[in-house]
Design a binder for this molecule. Structure first.
Ligand SMILES: CC(C)(COP(=O)(O)OP(=O)(O)OC[C@H]1O[C@@H](n2cnc3c(N)ncnc32)[C@H](O)[C@@H]1OP(=O)(O)O)[C@@H](O)C(=O)NCCC(=O)NCCS
Length: 194
């Protein structure tokens, strides 16, 4: 290995840093670099008693596509820290084609907010129907599960810039909620959950 100083290149790249002399420059990546998509045809084994996609299975698909985008952005293992907003707008029926799209809205220090949109494609009519949206937070971790600094997001389009700003506001709300839970646990004990 050449030209890496005392830090191997693979390590530098895995943590999203470029070391210049003794200073650290955090890398930046565009939203487009990590945007991810997956598609599923819904089978009866995924359905509830009404013949619609089971909500828990949809959450699994949402989490998986969100993790793809987060891991591509961080170029690292990521874990789901939270899913803080999930709407089930319309049911998905057996046989329908489900499309899930994920984008990293914003990166903070070690965490990233990812927005996921689930759509059904009506292949006969060539139309898309919105079925669900969610915001998830992923944390980049090393092999021991320790949080790692991630590259910042560079929003390019007006839409990406709006989602970037909104993600900052949601993070403030999340921080308030985390603080509230900490205070409740301090009063009622570690077993409190609300
Ligand atoms: C998520 C996890 C790595 C955070 O570890 P931690 O020791 O609490 O680390 P920190 O307090 O330094 O927080 C690290 C980051 O996570 C964020 N974070 C922690 N808990 C969070 C939560 N509930 N919601 C959103 N973000 C959260 C922090 O804000 C911080 O972000 P930042 O660095 O961008 O500011 C740890 O709690 C964990 O491993 N949880 C289990 C994850 C898991 O098993 N997920 C399901 C399977 S993938």
């Amino acid at each position: 290995m050449r030209g890496c100083g005392w830090v191997p290149r693979c390590f530098r790249e895995s943590v999203g840093f470029r070391l210049i002399g003794m200073s650290e420059e955090v890398l930046k990546r565009t939203v487009a670099e990590s945007q991810s998509e997956r598609s599923e045809i819904i089978f009866p084994a995924d359905a509830n008693a009404l013949g619609n996609l089971f909500g828990g299975r949809l959450m699994q698909y949402i989490d998986l596509v969100g993790a793809m985008a987060a891991s591509r952005h961080a170029r690292s293992i990521t874990v789901t820290a939270s899913m803080d907003h999930l709407d089930f707008v319309s049911p998905v029926q057996v046989g329908e084609l489900l499309i899930l799209k994920a984008s990293v809205n914003r990166a903070f220090r070690t965490s990233m907010e990812v927005g996921v949109k689930a759509l059904v494609e009506d292949v006969k009519m060539n139309q898309l129907r919105h079925v669900s949206s969610a915001y998830l937070t992923y944390v980049a971790v090393d092999a021991e599960g320790k949080p790692q600094v991630v590259p910042q997001v560079v929003p390019e389009t007006e839409h990406q810039k709006r989602r970037y700003e909104d993600a900052g506001r949601r993070r403030e709300m999340r921080a308030g909620e985390t603080q509230r839970k900490r205070e409740m646990r301090a009063v009622f004990g570690a077993g409190w959950h609300g």
